[in-house]
Design a protein around this ligand. Structure first.
Ligand code: AMP
Ligand code: FE
Ligand code: FE
Ligand code: ZN
Length: 293
């Protein structure tokens, strides 16, 4: 089983990187990508955790970048997965720092609006929940959960935290064409995450996806819990037509989202395509004792 999209406490997941790696191995995955929002902060701990495993396991280091598609008309927020890029590539590193930084002021603005409306949470509480990871709405959802305002973090997203909520404040996002270019320059592989997760807001149309392919996009996340079955079929056909590879992933967030590791998976063929296109950094594989002898 191959799962190419998962979050940790380095962003809005609830597992530490060590827990993520252990849980993935225990769930029977043999390849996992760590893809926190706008950060590589969980990578080193995840690498160390792989070295401790006694089963065959491969870790792919990645990041999920907050991006904006802007064709001069509509502006559409989207997520772009970047795999196996060089974390020291300066331009991309600076963009990650900018994106993370902006999450602080933006998160505080959302909290201020909720507090002004009488919800009993605080910014300090959210900062503590985020624990130094890239701050996101799920941390605010956790604070609302602790305050007894909602029963689950997902419930918080139906109204209070949704992008159409009166309390919503947008965050900084990088132009997706720039993100594609910088990931490729850093030897990485850009894959668009859950492009047709329609409940999150407006999504890219086929023409926009075609233009991203022309800009250097290499893969499309087709299998995702937020994708309807007819959309999966259409996205798979589009990927095929454009010469892109298709992935499927859980987008695991630990207890902050009701999805388990390996709930959606990627084919070995697509993984091979991804690996053949990457030149930034290597994958990390465990060396179980049984194999070493
Ligand atoms: P942010 O990056 O702060 O804008 O928050 C977006 C994050 O919220 C996504 O990466 C998901 O982890 C999470 N999210 C979005 N929609 C939902 C939902 N319906 N239920 C739970 N988490 C969600
Ligand atoms: Fe997330
Ligand atoms: Fe995402
Ligand atoms: Zn994600």
């Amino acid at each position: 089983m191959i799962d190419l999209h998962a979050h940790t406490t380095a962003s809005d997941g609830s597992d530490t990187p060590t827990e993520l790696v252990r849980n993935a191995a225990a769930a029977g995955l043999h390849t996992l990508a760590i893809t926190d929002h706008d950060t590589t902060g969980g990578w080193d701990e995840a690498v160390a955790a792989v070295a401790q495993l006694d089963v065959a396991f491969t870790l792919i280091r990645g990041t999920e970048f907050s991006c904006i598609y802007d064709d001069g008309g509509v502006r559409i927020s989207l997520h772009l997965l970047g795999y196996l890029f060089d974390p020291d590539a300066e331009a991309l590193k600076a963009e990650r720092a900018r994106l993370r930084e902006s999450r602080l002021g933006r998160g505080e603005a959302i909290v201020d609006a909720l507090v002004a409306a009488g919800y009993p949470i605080s910014w300090q509480q959210v900062v503590d929940i985020a624990g130094g990871g890239a701050v996101g709405r799920p941390h605010i959802g956790q604070a609302l959960l602790q305050a007894g305002v909602v029963d689950t973090v997902t419930d918080a997203f139906t109204h209070l935290l949704s992008s159409s909520s009166p309390y919503y404040v947008p965050k900084l996002e990088m132009p997706v064409q720039l993100a594609i270019e910088l990931i490729r320059q850093a030897g990485g592989v850009p894959v668009i995450a859950h492009p047709w997760a329609r409940k999150r807001g407006q999504v890219l149309d086929e023409a926009a996806l075609r233009s991203l392919a022309a800009s250097g996009l290499l893969g499309i996340e087709v299998g995702h819990l937020d994708h309807a079955s007819q959309d999966r079929a259409r996205l798979a056909a589009l990927a095929e037509e454009l010469g892109l590879f298709s992935t499927g992933s859980s987008d695991y967030h630990g207890t902050r989202k009701a999805v388990r590791l390996g709930a959606e998976t990627t084919s070995p063929q697509s993984l091979q395509r991804l690996l053949s296109l990457a030149s930034g950094i290597p994958v990390i594989s465990s060396e179980p004792a049984a194999q070493a002898v």
